[in-house]
Design a protein around this ligand. Sequence first.
Ligand SMILES: [Fe+2]
Length: 464
Amino acid sequence: MSPVPPSSESVSHTTHRRHRPHPVPIPQPVFGQPVFNEGVASPDPTHLLIPHPSDSALYQKLGHTLQTNTVSFPASRAAVGEVYPLATAYGARGPSTVQAIQHQGKIIFHAVGDTGASSGNGYSEEIHVADQLTADVFQSKPADRPSFLFHLGDIVYNFSESKYYYDQIYEPFRNYPLPILAIPGNHDSFIIPGTPPEEIPLTIFSHNFCAQQPEITMEAAGLHRTAMTQPGVYFTLDAPFVRVIGLFSNSLEDPGVLSSEGGKWPNVPDVQLDYLRAQLQRVRDEHYAGAVLIAVHHPPFSYTPPGGTASAAAHGGSTAMLRQIDTICQAVGVYPHAFLSGHAHNYQRYTRTVTLGGKTRQVPFVVCGSGGHHINPVVHAIQGQPSPEPAFGTNTTYLEVNPAVQSSGLILEKYQDTNFGYLRVAVDSTQLRIAFHLLDGTGLQQSEFDVVTVDLATSTLVAN
Ligand SMILES: [Fe+2]
């Protein structure tokens, strides 16, 4: 957004910021309902208010625990078959907002992962992404205006510290005028050994995204954005024309983990498996006609060269996690129209051809971890020698390892690994359209780098 002179209000917000424990009650919004933006543009910050020391030494020390220390988490407040209505996220404006979307005949929303900035060096990138998302809302024609942001995880680096929430989510998105819903990523959940109970990352996340009431938290200081009221770290957003089933893929750098996997991760409860099953059964039993998406931070598929292994920075796919999802889909007889993920810091779009119940579907698996933290190439140099980059349309069926559904191919349709961006998802009564927008565009049309459209009735791709 264009900078404007700071108001005394915006200055006071930053100076009133507090860390836990907070002895003074936070002033709540005068409207007593979700407001989400301040209504007055503020200057872009140029640095983190709290200097963020490098965590490199800590990462070295944590070593293999980043690959082995999963976390437990509480069951959702909602029953397994319940959904979280978009209207609830809007508070008092919920019914009229949902009515307007239904009247419009389509819904549009943003999705992106990995927006946080772990140092002042990368902060401008996060600000650029947040600003373009904000500008997108304000500049869109009413019929094309997004209705919410679904964050795909890794919101506050490096370990979801309460003191960094203001810098990494509340301040950058202070004028983003829509609800922000989120699934936690590994950086929002990994517990450094010895962390005091009140500073457990998921506790901080839940305080800000899974609150009982839409109150202003101490992390937001005086900003008007209220805490989101998701029923848990996994939940299903039920919006007009679309349901997004958000799953928590736990705290490891790799892979994504949904459950105990039969005792392999003993502290991880199995509640999400029952939850996913119940949600898909509900879709089936209701003959739900809208789009069904699964959002999960760790991508089921992420590029690895044939015969190669993903570098730690590149992040490979999560085969066991996908097998669990596929197994439940197979048993229920419902397959989502698309998957959305983050984690890998780039954009990748795959088409997976899946046959379920005698029906062959083309399912986009979209990775959008380009939200501002940094960008990683999909291939890395090996011993100083550049690795060949895959062409658009490369057959990556080798990434399918022992699939639990009948799969007949996986194509890496397109990717973008040099610039930041975000998704604009549009759904009407017949189609789901997922577009990846780059930051270097001028205007929405020019910034659209890639798009895929799915026919909802057939679950097949539509030529664009
Ligand atoms: Fe991640």
